[in-house]
Design a protein around this ligand. Structure first.
Ligand code: DAH
Length: 342
C-alpha cells in the first residue's frame, strides 16, 4: 500500500514535470496547476487514500506528497514568471543588442590535405594530372607488377594488412603507376595522392595509416636530367627559392637507378639542428627511373619509353614545414592544434 502510493506520487511528479516544461502559454500553466495540485486534482486524489493507512505509514507517504507538491508548484511558478516577463516585454524576448556578435565557426582543411593540394597544384603547373587509385589493392598490383616478388620483406604479413589471400590494404601509392600505365599510352604524367596502410606501431614518427603522394612521368626520351629538374623545381616552389635538393643513391625494386631525395633543412637552413639530426638535410621522397621490367609488366615497350617516378609522404612534409614533433598530433583531430596551421 505504502509502496503503491509512493509510486503513484513519483509518476505524478514525472508526468507533471514534463507537462509543465511543455506548457506553451500562461493559460496552460494555470490549467496544469488545477489538474495537478487543485482540490479535485491528482495529488489530492492520492492524499484521499491516506486514511486507509496506519498511523506509522501516514507520515511516510505524507512527506513524499509534500515534497512532490513543493517541487511541482515551484516549477509551475517558474513557468508562470517566464510567461509574465515575456508578456511584460510585449511578447518579445529581451535581447541585448549591444552584445558583440557570436562569430560562426568555420571549418577548414586539415594541414595534410592542404599540403597535398599544394603539391598537386605545383605538379599541375608542371603538366601532371591528379588521379586516384584504390586503397584496397591486389597483391599483384601492390607488389608483383612493381617488380617486387611476394617473398620480398615489404610483402611480409608483418608489414602488410592482408584482407584475404591476394588482397591487401595498399602499402604505398605506387600500384597506381601500373594501373595508370595499363589505362593510358604515353605520354603519361600523373600525381596520385592517397592513404596507405602498414602494420606499424602508432608512435611519434609512424602511423598505421598515412598519406602518400606518388608521381609518374613516362614518355620517349625522358632522362634523369628531366627528373632532377622536375623535382628541384618542385622543391623550390614548395619549400622556397633557397631550398637545395640532393639526390642520394638508393634501392627500390621498381626503379633503376633509384634515389632518395633530400632537401636542405627548413629549420636550420642546412647548418645542422635536432630536426635534421645534425645533417642539414631532410629526406622527402623515394624515387628513380622506372624499371624496364615494370614497363614490360604493363605492356609498355621498354626500348621506346623511359620515365621517372617518386613517392613522398605529405604528412611528414607537413611536419617538416611546420616543425611538428610528433606525427600523432596530425591524427588526433584536436581542433585547437589544427587551427594553428590553417
Ligand atoms: N613506394 C615507395 C614507398 O612507399 C616510395 C617510392 C620510392 C615511390 C621510389 C616511387 C619510387 O615511385 O620511384 O616507400
Amino acid at each position: 500500500m505504502v509502496e503503491e502510493l509512493i509510486a503513484q506520487l513519483r509518476a505524478l511528479e514525472g508526468e507533471g514535470r514534463e507537462a509543465v516544461a511543455g506548457a506553451g502559454a500562461a493559460a496552460d500553466v494555470e490549467r496544469l496547476r488545477v489538474d495537478l495540485l487543485g482540490r479535485k486534482g491528482r495529488l489530492t486524489g492520492v492524499l484521499r487514500r491516506l486514511g486507509e493507512l496506519s498511523a506509522e505509514e501516514k507520515p511516510v507517504v505524507g512527506a513524499e506528497a509534500n515534497r512532490v507538491k513543493g517541487e511541482l508548484s515551484a516549477l509551475l511558478d517558474e513557468r508562470d514568471a517566464a510567461f509574465a516577463s515575456a508578456a511584460a516585454s510585449g511578447g518579445v524576448p529581451r535581447v541585448d543588442l549591444t552584445l558583440p556578435g557570436r562569430a560562426r565557426w568555420r571549418g577548414g582543411l586539415h594541414p595534410v590535405t592542404q599540403v597535398v593540394d599544394e603539391i598537386c597544384e605545383i605538379f599541375h603547373d608542371l603538366g601532371f594530372a591528379r588521379v586516384r587509385g584504390p586503397e584496397v589493392e591486389t597483391a599483384e598490383y601492390n607488389f608483383t607488377r612493381l617488380n617486387t616478388p611476394l617473398d620480398h620483406p615489404a610483402a611480409d604479413m608483418h608489414d602488410t594488412f592482408y584482407l584475404q589471400d591476394g588482397v591487401v590494404l595498399r602499402t604505398h601509392t605506387s600500384p597506381a603507376q601500373a594501373r595508370v600505365m595499363e589505362m593510358f599510352q604515353p605520354p603519361v604524367r600523373v600525381v596520385v595522392p592517397g592513404v596507405v596502410y602498414r602494420r606499424d606501431p602508432f608512435d611519434a614518427s609512424h602511423a598505421p595509416a598515412f598519406e602518400q603522394l606518388e608521381g609518374l612521368a613516362v614518355d620517349e626520351g625522358i632522362t634523369f636530367a628531366d627528373f632532377k629538374a622536375t623535382i628541384s623545381s618542385f622543391v623550390r616552389r614548395f619549400f622556397g627559392p633557397g631550398a637545395k635538393t640532393r639526390f642520394r643513391p638508393s634501392y627500390f625494386p621498381f626503379t633503376e637507378p633509384s634515389a632518395e631525395v633530400d632537401v636542405s633543412c627548413r629549420i636550420c637552413g642546412g647548418t645542422g639542428c635536432s630536426a635534421c639530426k645534425g645533417t642539414g638535410w631532410m629526406e622527402i621522397m623515394g624515387s628513380g627511373m622506372v624499371h624496364p621490367r615494370v614497363f614490360e609488366n604493363v605492356g609498355y615497350d621498354p626500348e621506346r619509353y623511359t620515365g621517372f617516378a617518386f613517392g613522398m609522404g605529405p604528412g611528414r612534409i607537413a611536419m617538416q614545414r611546420y616543425g611538428i614533433p610528433d606525427i600523432r598530433l596530425l591524427y588526433e583531430n584536436d581542433v585547437r592544434f589544427l587551427e594553428q596551421l590553417s
